[in-house]
Design a protein around this ligand. Structure first.
Ligand code: MN
Length: 423
């Protein structure tokens, strides 16, 4: 990466609102369309989307490194197959064209086919998700859940501080922000009930998470070290791991999450690159007991990303119900990827790995309704006067995230999902 791209003093010739997530230091990638045109790759800049397909066709991008099909594409996958070096350079080149250091694009007479108001384009799922894994890497979350469901004195299971615990999920039900979901149906058995029952989930919940997407990894049989991890990660998104708590409680023994999770997980549309997040890295927690050598790492691998969750009822204002931070993770993304591959498991382009619920240390920073309402015993007050223990029909759950340092903001936009009644 050129040092310039993350330089806090760099400015764009595009007017960028002060509170914008999409600054000249960000340059996140997504897939969009407008009018009846095919899907294409874009980057967000302020209140605009820059069409990389048009940018390529007009000769602004490296003709030897890319072809038209990398940019007029259903997904980012083909572009991501080119790997870290190529995409770092692409971000550098695009940022330069958008900066005040360069007049070429600014003086172009083709702005009508290059730049679109962000609220006038249709966003699409940015990647065709390969395999999907969900980790369980926030200590506060694991401790809260263990306290509620098992034993407050032994809240963490014996393996938790040795293994970045995770499970394989289902990629086909990962959906884009904005797509509505129906309350899932399933089997459940309340604690005091004799027999299980069937019907709409009563304890619908979100999980506040971040997900990273990978470049092509190594072949089956080889591992990616914590040192190498960043070479294999393209970027991150906000991730809502929808969870049906009553279905989950009944089904998860002994093999883990299944239908309580795979009815939907929602992601934000813009992939913020690891390069853009570099300035916001911070030290992680001290890990005690000492981890196995393959999980040791050097340098800062936690990232200071402010996160918040809101609920917006059908008719009423939003209420912010949680403020957390990705820096709270016990296991970082490099350890997650190293652990995932230590047995030789192969990683492919656009595999998605979610962090696990990101809870902070205080009750107002918990990352799920399960924790925020403490299993329904402490209802949350909404700004419209109503209460929530879990998510109601017609509620919209909105997650937002951004990093900020030295006057520079690098954000993710939002992942927003409305819940419709069960069918
Ligand atoms: Mn989860």
């Amino acid at each position: 990466m050129s040092n310039k791209t993350n330089d806090p003093s760099r400015k764009s010739w595009i007017d960028i609102p002060a509170d914008s997530d999409f600054t000249i230091q960000n340059i996140p990638f997504g897939i969009f369309s407008y009018a009846d045109k095919p899907k294409r790759v874009g980057v967000a800049i302020g209140d605009f989307v820059l069409d990389l397909s048009a940018l390529y066709d007009l000769g602004y991008l490296d003709i030897n490194a890319f072809s038209h099909d990398h940019f007029e594409a259903e997904y980012l996958n083909q572009l991501m197959k080119l790997g870290k070096t190529a995409l770092t350079k692409l971000r550098d080149d695009v940022a330069y064209l958008l900066s005040t250091e360069c007049d070429d694009l600014k003086l172009s007479t083709k702005h009508n086919i290059l730049l679109f108001p962000i609220d006038q384009v249709q966003m699409h799922l940015p990647v065709k998700v390969g395999d999907y894994t969900d980790f369980y890497s926030s200590e506060d979350h694991a401790r809260n859940v263990g306290t509620m469901f098992r034993d407050p004195n032994n809240a963490l299971l014996p393996n938790w501080k040795h293994i970045p615990v995770g499970y394989h999920g289902r990629s086909s039900s990962i959906i884009l922000s904005g797509q509505e979901i129906h309350r899932p149906k399933g089997q459940m058995k309340p604690k005091d009930a004799e027999q299980p029952s069937f019907g709409p989930c009563k304890l619908l919940d979100f999980e506040l998470e971040m997900a990273f997407v990978t470049f092509d990894g190594k072949p089956l049989g080889q591992s990616i070290s914590t040192e190498e991890a960043e070479e294999y990660i393209f970027g991150m998104m906000l991730f809502n791991d929808w969870s049906a708590r009553d279905i989950q409680t009944w089904e998860y023994v002994p093999l883990g999450p299944f239908l309580a999770k795979n009815f939907a997980s929602s992601v934000s549309p813009w992939v913020v690159t690891m390069d853009a997040l570099e300035p916001f890295k911070v030290p992680g927690p001290i890990q005690e007991p000492k981890v196995f050598p393959y999980l040791e790492y050097s340098g800062n691998k936690n990232i200071d990303i402010n996160l918040e969750v809101s609920i917006q009822p059908e008719k009423g204002p939003e209420t912010v119900i949680s403020k957390s931070n990705y820096k709270h993770m016990y296991w970082n993304y490099a350890q997650q990827l190293a652990h995932h591959t230590i047995n030789g498991c192969n990683i492919n382009v656009a595999d998605m790995m979610a962090s696990g619920t990101i809870s902070g240390p205080t009750p107002d920073s918990y990352g799920s309704m399960l924790e925020l309402s403490w299993r329904g015993t402490k209802p949350l007050k909404m700004n419209d006067g109503s209460e929530r223990k879990f998510i109601h029909d017609l509620d919209t759950v909105i997650m937002r995230g951004h990093a900020e340092k030295d006057g520079v903001r690098v954000g993710f936009g939002e992942v927003s999902t409305k819940v419709l009644p069960a069918i």
